[in-house]
Design a protein around this ligand. Sequence first.
Ligand SMILES: *Cc1c(COP(=O)(O)O)cnc(C)c1O
Length: 392
Amino acid sequence: MRKIQMVDLTGQYQEIRDEIRKAFDGILESAAFINGPEVRAFQEELESYLGIKHVIPCANGTDALQIAMMGLGLKPGDEVITADFTFAATVEVIALLGLTPVLVDVDPDTFNIDTEAVRKAITPKTKAIVPVHLFGQCSDMETLLDIARENDLFLIEDNAQAIGANYRFRDGRTQKAGTLGHVGATSFFPSKNLGAYGDGGAIFTDDDALAHHIRGIVNHGMYQRYYHDVVGVNSRLDSLQAAVLRAKLPHLDGYCEKRRNAARHYNRAFEGHDGITVPTTVRQCEGICDTCDCHVFHQYTLRIADGKRDALASRLTEAGIPHGIYYPVPLHRQKAYADVRYKESDFAVTNQLSEEVISLPMHTELDGEQLDYICRTVLEFMEQAEPMGGME
Ligand SMILES: *Cc1c(COP(=O)(O)O)cnc(C)c1O
């Protein structure tokens, strides 16, 4: 059996190797490293893939979130509601801009922001909601769009983990993740579903004026060379990364399908097993499409009951199976983001998830033998760890 990796990008590289080497040669010969034709071409190809008017490439996903908030004109003191259960980048940029992060609990099935908790957290100072499409599946955007409309709030999608996912409205209409709110932000970190060979990110919007504003912000606030109309940042995608992303974009749907296949393999093994909760896919498309493309499984995350998660993690390590705990500490309990206004009882779900979640290897190169070995190892552990005198 091949050694199991948490993320394995070797197979993807073999598939696009010649294309990438040729593009790299061209860039090296032309020395168009920044804002060259590759970046422009990638931007247009991603716009057409997503069905959105504007993609603004930038240096990474964290910048993309920050720039989106700057573009919307959020000001110190404005409150921004986001999920307690996410990677810290989401709340980091809110705090960095002097905005007030307001963390709320998540849904126990989807791990995504709890829309009722969002409603309760709204105050006269609230200006925006940042749903994070965690692990590859959209938040309940239909409800969030209603809440944003009713309360005149911006909706900023953190789409770092769900690029390629579809969102299906109750009337059957579909739209790509990241294109549903006022603005979307994504990351091309190598391990993301559409990953570069270094850092990269992008901002999406259908709003012409906002797009124009943001194109200036990413480039030192310049709309005309050496005239600085607004305070900006330096955040750009380089040509080498754009070439990698151009080569990979046509394969993105295929990559997502491979991830879903691995997820189905895991689900078949674990579904209905005591003490294991498999990830929930919201079947918005029930009865509409045969194969659900609403989840792109950036991570495949189980919940392990009865305090056995850490022992399972040790067992997997012994068995040579990499795994991840995303995320071990809810943001409201991080030193940097703790706030006297937070009550532990408001975070019952994230507190529990942080003790129960474990993510298994998930990438496009997992084969049946590896998946079987991982499933067998998990199931054997769960059976041994069960009290004596079970049904078996
Ligand atoms: C990866 C990630 C980011 C940050 O992206 P970088 O490109 O690493 O800056 C932001 N939010 C979430 C949810 C992520 O998973």
